[in-house]
Design a protein. Structure first.
Length: 422
């Protein structure tokens, strides 16, 4: 591979699909990651991200348009550097930018005239200007003149096929107009629609609004699900009926909690930043509180369901079906199933799981079990993530007890006295 044009720092669920799209557009892409195992896998053409099939990755590697490395020095020869690294929360639920800023410091040592740096990692408004820019400015180069800096939030939804990295509109906001123009030109090489905004702060807040909108609306139906539980009303019937209104309503589904990198994390980034301005985002934080409580409510539901069978949680065999955060993907990030496993074990349950996309949970000492033989042996089956390809009608018929948090059993499940719904 000749000198790469674009370096993408972070070869995970954002970086690898983005690298694929640029490479398919003819750009020479280098993926930079701290994991030597990831780098070796990419260079062998073996993908670990479901949105990038190995056969596609292999073709790009063999064509010389995509490769990977752990060596930061190679960014010196690239034209553009895109940072696509995780921005988690600290144990105290505060923003943790250490991974991103650590990478920025390494890049600052190698920054040269002509470089474009774009941050795609989700963060609070002000990060690009107040945290990233001062580090890069230590190089002595002037932003907007010697180098360019912009923020462009990732909008990747793993497993989705109708809207992809290429077809989803891309928001871009630079420190200066020249920065915005440079970033726009970069993404126009590979993506269909680019939407420039006035500043990186506007782009940063755009990403947070998108996910907070979902978080708040999911919290609404999750809270309503708890009320419906007490009222003995089917929340799924209510949501489906409301969704028939052709205007003024957008359907959101309840569930055992929020998963993925964005929804459980992003609202807290804005809430933390807002306090700097003596402003308290009570509505947003309340939504976070409701959603974080859902695994505890699910534990209560399982407890009551077992009690109806004259069984305690302690000593019962509880099998989870689906542990990834989203149907038909192998992504465990912030999955509510992991919290539910911990809660069940704290109560003394003997926990197992089945997930066709997650072979092992090493931190929990568990491996996925086969449904055929395990379902009849379990005291309770808890459907946490409804992957397609599973016959839920058959599962409900063979199980002693089912607690369905995703309405996977549908109306047939409602007619089965052994099926409890969220």
């Amino acid at each position: 591979m000749t000198d790469p044009e674009i370096a993408i720092v972070g070869a995970g669920y954002v970086g690898l699909p983005l690298g694929r799209v640029f490479a398919e557009a003819g750009a020479r892409v280098l993926l930079l990651d701290v994991s030597a195992d990831r780098v070796k896998a990419i260079n062998r053409g073996e993908s670990y991200v479901e949105d990038v099939p190995s056969e596609v990755l292999g073709e790009l590697v063999r064509a010389g348009t995509l490769s990977a490395t752990t060596d930061y020095d190679v960014v010196r020869e690239t034209d553009a550097i895109i940072i696509a690294l995780p921005t988690p929360l600290s144990p105290n639920r505060e923003p943790d930018l250490s991974i991103v800023l650590g990478a920025v410091r390494k890049l600052a040592e190698r920054l040269r005239e002509g470089h474009l740096v774009v941050i795609e990692s989700t963060t609070y408004p002000g990060t690009t200007r107040e945290d990233v820019l001062p580090i890069l400015a230590e190089s002595g180069l002037e932003v907007g003149k010697d180098f360019h800096l912009a923020f462009s939030p990732e909008r990747i939804d793993p497993g989705r096929e109708d809207w992809t990295v290429k077809t989803t509109p891309k928001v871009v906001g630079g420190i200066t107009e020249a920065c915005t123009a440079r970033a726009r030109k970069l993404y126009e090489r590979a993506l269909d629609t680019i939407l420039p905004v006035s500043s990186p702060e506007a782009a940063e807040l755009t990403k947070l609004l998108e996910n907070i909108f979902r978080s708040v609306n999911i919290a609404l139906v999750n809270e309503l699900a708890q009320l419906c539980d007490r009222m003995h009303v089917d929340i799924w019937e209510v949501v489906e009926a409301a969704a028939t209104k052709p205007f003024g309503f957008m359907s959101f589904k309840p569930g055992p909690g929020l998963g993925g990198h964005c929804l459980p994390v992003d609202p807290f980034y804005l809430a933390w930043k807002a306090r700097e301005f003596d402003f308290y985002t009570e509505f947003i934080e309340l939504a976070g509180k409701v959603n974080e409580n859902m695994p505890y409510f699910c534990l209560e539901k399982i407890t009551r369901a077992l009690n109806s069978q004259k069984k305690a949680v302690k000593g019962s065999r509880v099998q989870l079906v689906g542990v990834s955060y989203k149907a038909d993907v192998g992504d465990l990030r912030e999955s509510p199933a992991l919290k539910l496993i911990e809660l069940l074990r704290d109560e003394g349950a003997n926990v197992s799981y089945h997930d066709p996309h997650i072979a092992e949970l090493p931190e929990h000492g568990l491996s996925s079990v086969d449904l055929e033989g395990s379902v009849p042996k379990a005291d309770c089956i808890a459907i946490v993530t409804a992957h397609s390809g599973i016959d839920y009608d058959d599962l409900a018929e063979r199980a002693k007890l089912v607690v369905d948090f995703r309405n996977a059993t549908g109306k047939n499940g409602s007619a089965n006295g052994r099926v409890w719904k969220l």
